[in-house]
Design a protein around this ligand. Structure first.
Ligand SMILES: Cc1cc2nc3c(=O)[nH]c(=O)nc-3n(C[C@H](O)[C@H](O)[C@H](O)COP(=O)(O)OP(=O)(O)OC[C@H]3O[C@@H](n4cnc5c(N)ncnc54)[C@H](O)[C@@H]3O)c2cc1C
Length: 323
């Protein structure tokens, strides 16, 4: 039997952004309900070592960090709902969202924290070696490849930025692209070509990520030339797939303003979206930084923005009633 869950603050997503909003929202008395979605804990549940989240001198595990964040949110009063939202109505307050089992969620304010997913090539060998030499985030994992030979796969801004970033850790970076020109902005291309640590391999597609050893780790890539069809093997210690991200905004289309790449747009310096009372935080509104700590930071901002919005709305209602 579908149930209706009503509260002051609804949060859609349970990654670092949603859970940070929940911690601040609960402590501000907004009784947040967090709808967790198919990936409770978000993207960090899919990784192992995290070395750049402040507060921990030793390497910590992504799933452990997210379990702690959820426990902290619950400890201060946030409620977790294991459900996935399939539709929503933001045309009036309270906002309404419908879960895939029919449950209804109603909230005076809504925080969107649905994140984004890295695009992958889709090879089974890539899947088998994720976290074992194959990564989609140089900022997150680049440090683990200090002094090693690495490749970056892609031809757009993300790939060129990741290749340039990797030269902080490695003197031997190869950018592999399936075409003979890059899509990246000219200024980035100029920086790439001027960097003596980077070589570009043109017209090559990845046929297979090759892993060896026990425990298994990436050792090479099998490449195919997209012009001649020639097959070659390229030895490497690490591969960064940098072909872009998908913001998780399918269900938001038509309800809240999105930019050309599908990210939720917010007012500069805030988390306010095009709908008053709806706020966005984390990777779903950030295509630049995409880090757990920035997601957590904007989650905090969203809760503070939401609390101010509710306080102002309640003050206006009291004033209107007093007249
Ligand atoms: C392999 C990997 C390693 C990484 N390593 C690091 C690292 O070392 N350091 C670092 O700072 N960052 C790292 N990152 C990046 C970091 O994980 C992200 O920046 C961060 O998780 C973004 O947080 P978020 O809360 O915005 O979104 P996400 O973590 O993507 O969470 C999104 C949430 O929204 C939910 N959701 C989506 N759609 C719905 C729906 N329809 N209904 C209900 N819920 C929904 C999902 O279930 C999920 O809970 C890594 C990312 C990956 C993929």
């Amino acid at each position: 039997m579908p149930t209706t869950h009503s509260t002051r603050m609804l949060i859609l997503g349970s990654g670092p952004a949603g859970l940070s909003a929940a911690i601040y929202g609960a402590r501000a008395g907004m009784k947040p309900i967090v709808v967790q979605g198919i990936q409770p804990g978000g993207q960090l549940m899919t990784t192992t070592d995290v070395e750049n989240y402040p507060g921990f001198r030793d390497v910590i595990q992504g799933p452990w960090l997210m379990e702690e964040m959820q426990a902290q949110a619950e400890h201060v009063g946030a409620r977790m709902m294991w459900d996935t939202i399939v539709s929503l109505d933001l045309s009036q307050r309270p906002f309404r969202m419908i879960g895939d089992g029919g449950d209804v969620y109603e909230g005076e304010v809504l925080v969107l924290a649905t994140g984004a997913q890295a695009k992958w090539l889709g090879l089974s060998s890539e899947d088998a070696l994720k976290g074992k030499g194959v990564s989609a985030c140089a900022t997150c994992d680049g440090f683990f490849y200090r002094g090693k030979k690495v490749v970056v796969i892609g031809g757009g801004n993300t790939a060129v930025e990741e290749a340039l970033y990797m030269t902080n850790h490695s003197d031997d970076v190869t950018l592999i692209h399936r075409r003979d020109t890059l899509r990246a902005e000219r200024i980035l291309q100029d920086r790439l070509h001027a960097n003596p640590k980077i070589t570009v391999l043109w017209n090559k597609r990845i046929d297979k990520f090759v892993g060896e050893g026990d425990p298994v780790g990436l050792t090479a890539l099998d490449l195919v030339d997209t012009v001649t069809g020639e097959a070659t093997r390229f030895d490497t210690d690490g591969a960064f797939v940098a072909i872009g991200h998908h913001p998780a905004t399918e269900i938001l289309k038509g309800h809240v303003a999105l930019d050309g790449d599908g990210y939720v747009t917010v007012d500069t310096g805030s988390t306010r979206t095009s709908v008053p009372g709806v706020f966005a935080c984390g990777d779903v509104m950030d295509k630049i930084y995409r880090q757990a700590v920035t997601a957590a930071g904007t989650g905090c901002m969203a809760a503070l923005d939401a609390e101010r919005f509710l306080a102002e709305a309640e003050f206006e209602r009291e004033m209107a009633e007093a007249i």
